[in-house]
Design a protein around this ligand. Structure first.
Ligand code: FES
Ligand code: FES
Length: 164
């Protein structure tokens, strides 16, 4: 076994320190060491997007990032989206309301990709949403309701800004 190296990451606002093999993937640090199993592994070859998280505010596929590359970084997983009262994030609400999931395997990654898109583009067209989800595969839904959910979350967020 190769020598372990220390990794410090803040995950969903909580500091974590571990010693990992240099080859360890961030997704395995999150799921197996920290116990945040909401981040899924569908392929571990950068194809499916089920492992999408935010690293320093940007969506990344955590099967494509080494744990050591996240050292000193801030990670948000799907578990970190809920509010302080444990309520659903507006993007999660929108997926619920618009039936944006069936088996749910892709859903954490879709939601993290959707939240990332709205940070960059608060008013995405259907084409923009589909383009943003190109790296996230769903074998169940046909994508239609996922796209609707993300556009609805965008609309709700814009409405909240107008009325604020
Ligand atoms: S598990 Fe990371 S892209 Fe599929
Ligand atoms: S809901 Fe089953 S893979 Fe997307």
């Amino acid at each position: 076994m190769s020598e372990r190296v220390p990794v410090r990451v803040v995950v969903n606002g909580e500091a974590h320190e571990s010693a990992v093999e240099p080859r360890r993937l961030l997704v395995h640090l999150l799921r197996d060491d920290i116990g945040l199993t909401g981040t899924h592994v569908g392929c571990d070859t950068t194809n499916c997007g089920a492992c999408t998280i935010h690293l320093d505010g940007v969506a990344v596929k955590s099967c494509t990032v080494l744990a050591v590359q996240a050292d000193g970084g801030e990670v948000t997983t799907v578990e970190g989206l809920s509010g302080p009262d444990g309520g659903l994030h507006p993007m999660q609400e929108a997926f619920w309301e618009h039936h944006g999931l069936q088996c749910g395997y892709c859903t954490p990654g879709m939601i993290m990709a959707g939240v990332d898109l709205l940070k960059r583009d608060p008013d995405p067209s259907e084409t923009d949403v589909r383009h943003a989800l190109e790296g996230n595969l769903c074998r169940c839904t046909g994508y239609q309701n996922i796209v609707k959910a993300i556009q609805s979350a965008a609309q709700a967020a814009r409405g909240a800004e107008v009325s604020a």
